[in-house]
Every structure is written in structure tokens, then in C-alpha cells.
Ligand binder design. Sequence first.
Ligand code: TYD
Ligand code: MG
Length: 458
Amino acid sequence: MAKLKSVYICQSCGAQAPKWAGQCAECGAWNTLMEATVTAAPRGLGGAARSGGMAGLAGGSGVQLLESVATEDTPRVSTQLSEVDRVLGGGVVAGSVILIGGDPGIGKSTLLLQVLAGVQAQLKTLYITGEESLTQVHLRAKRLGLPRLDLPVLAETSVERILSVLSAEKPGLVVLDSIQTLYTESLDSAPGSVSQLRETAAQVVRHAKSTGCAIVLVGHVTKEGAIAGPRVLEHMVDTVLYFEQDVGSRYRIIRAVKNRFGAVNELGVFAMTDAGLKEVSNPSALFLSRHDQPVPGSVITVTRQGSRPLLVEVQALVDAAPFGNPRRVTLGLESNRLHMLLAVLHRHAGIALGDQDVFANVVGGMKITETAADLPLLLAALSSFRGRPVPNDLIVFGEVGLAGEIRPVQNGEERLIEAAKHGFKRAIIPEANRPRKSSKLDIEVLAVGRLDQALALI
Ligand code: TYD
Ligand code: MG
């Protein structure tokens, strides 16, 4: 009989340790080491999974010069859902593996069923469910009112059997719902454990690369919102999408966090209706809270998510700190930047908020990570502090430097076009982003080079 051996595997990074410890030595996560039993030759754990990580390489071609490598354009198949195509970078690429994560009930299965129905005319598809019965899938498809119900479906969780079906059927696009329910017969551990996840994903990725069949894997997320299982899962696939939702909202946002075939941070917006997910093609309006009257502490800015400019409202509330211990709270913005901006405001404009609480928020649960929100945030805080509203036909963007200078941001002109499209009449922007004379924009541009110029305008 093969000798049984125990190893401890970190559930967050997949590192192995010979002994249990409270903290993973590789990634520093606490309480993530779990015991796994391996037989003497740790097949899936060592060799297979590691080489699976490299499965993207076709291999065996020998050394070549880069210029002589064939570069036929990767053909893409449209899903007929332009918001999905956008996050994928233009459509589904043959042989690519896409991992999609999201909270339970957010609509992953619904979306993927709609995607399969969309590509059905162009590609042979297969929906494999390990979570729901085929009856449930049928009922959902009926509820969605799909134009055609002749979608091939399969209920199966063994990777070996799934791969043999795929080899026989040769579909062009497969959905595996979900990777956590799959298991391989070569390992004894339970489905969903790290070793099972790594091995099953590696086998699936290898199949996709060798046959050119595109595969979508559904992944569950942990309490913290990351895809459950080791990070290696994200390294193995070509594209990682997250499906997110604002609490209590019917809008869903799908975001690319990794994409070998397109831009990351690309964003698609959907609304959940009683007939499935509907695309929201003009999402700018979602992130504005239309006030009839201009209110203090609210400034509209244009941010960029992937390749899409988006109008969002930055709000600030400045109020006397009751116990001499001022609080700085940010939601959807970086807290360090708020501290920095308040210091710049003090040093270069002589406005001290040291005895004030400052709360900052982005409407609609949006997260802004770029610097273009500096100036709007600063102006929102000032507007709230003074109790004086900023005109509601004004948009603002620009980075604020430590010397009090207003620095340019990328794609200034595109942001102005988006603002003009939504009826904004004036824009305070960095001097270096001033559009060329030739461009005819239906918006009055107030370009500023320094913070005091911007404050003088307000
Ligand atoms: P589902 O796709 O099963 O979520 P996931 O696979 O991410 O767990 O989505 C289920 C939710 O969506 C459920 O709460 C009901 C809702 N829903 C609608 O509102 N309208 C619909 O047409 C469908 C099919 C589902
Ligand atoms: Mg589901």
C-alpha cells in the first residue's frame, strides 16, 4: 500500500508546509493551513498542477525569432451582450479560460446562460452544472425567455468524465458552473479543497489550450470577496472577472481584474429584471444623485474605468469634531489621499480643517483609484466646509500635487466629451489637459495650473 503522508496547504495562496502553523509562511495569512493527505507520489499537488500553471504555453515549438512567430489576429466571437464583450476585450477568444467570481445569487448562472444563448448561432456550446439539477436550469432558461431552448446541458462533476464528453462533443464554448463542485478521481480530498481546485483547474486549462475550446469557470467567493481557493487559480486562467453588486441595488457591475486579451478594470453594467440581466449601456446616470438644487459638498467628476469614461459624484461632509479628535473617513476613495489633500489645502490655501471631521464618499458604491478625483474631492470638502454649493452644471477633474500644482490626467478630452454629452456646461480641468483649439467641445473649459486658481474660480 502506498505510504500516506500529511501536508498542510494554505487555503489562500496554495503554499505547502510540512507542519501546521497558525500563520502561512508564504503569504502571511492567519489560520489558513489545512491538512491534506497525499499518497507517496503527490501527483496532482506537485507536477501536474505546476505544469498546469504553464498550460498556456503551447510548447514543443523550439527556439524561434519573435518576428517569425505567426501572429494571426485572435478571432473573437461576440456574445451579443455588448457589456460582456466590452469586459472581455471584444468577445470570446478561442482556447481562452475565463474565471468569473461573485457572491451567491448575484446572477452568475443567469448571465452565463444568456451568454451561451447569445453565441449559440456561431459556436457549439455546452452548459455543465454541478450545483443545480437540469430541471432548475430549464426553469431558469424558461424564465429568461430565451429565444431558443435547444441549448446542450449536462449535469456532471467528475473532471475525467467532463473531459471525455468535451473530447467527443467538441464544443466551442463551455460553461462549468462551478469549479468548486468539480473533483478529479486521482485525488482523495473533497471537492472544493485546494488540491482538488488546482488539479481540476489545471486539467481544464490544459484541455482548453490543446483543443481551442473556450471555457468559462464559475468561482465562489469568500467572505472577503476574493475567489475561494488559492490565488493559483487566478494565475492559471487568462481572464478573471468579478461580478459585483451594490447592497440593495438592482444594478450589477462586472469588472475585469485580469485579462490577457484586453484591458483590465474594464467595466460592464447590468440591471437584474424579472427576465434576467439587461444591459445598461449608459451607466453614467447611475452614479449621480440628481439634486434639483445644487447642494454643498457635492462635486461631479469624470473618472475612467478601463476604457470607459464615467460620470460620478464625489461627496464630502465637513463638520466640527466634537471631542477634539477629528475623523477622516473615506468610502470608495483612498484615505491616504484625503489626508494628503487636506494638508495641501492647509499649506497652499491657508484653510485649516484640523478641528473638523471629514467624511468623503462616492455615490453609487463606485470605487475610484485614480488621481483625477483629487481636485473634485478637495473642492467638495471645501464646499461643505463653507456651506456653499458648487454649480450643478460643473464638472471637475485633476490631480493635486504636494506643491499645490494641478497635474494633468490621462484622456482629458475624452472626459470632456462624456461630460458635454450629459449636458454639463463648465469644466475645471488641469492646464495641461486644455483641449486643442481645433476641437469643438460644447463645454466651457476653465483650465487651472495651481490650486489657488481653482479656488478663485469657485
Ligand atoms: P443566479 O444566476 O442563480 O445566481 P448565481 O449563479 O450567481 O448564484 O441568480 C439568481 C438570482 O437572480 C435570484 O436571486 C433570482 C434572480 N433572478 C431574477 O431576478 N430574474 C431572473 O430572470 C432570474 C433568472 C433570476
Ligand atoms: Mg449559480
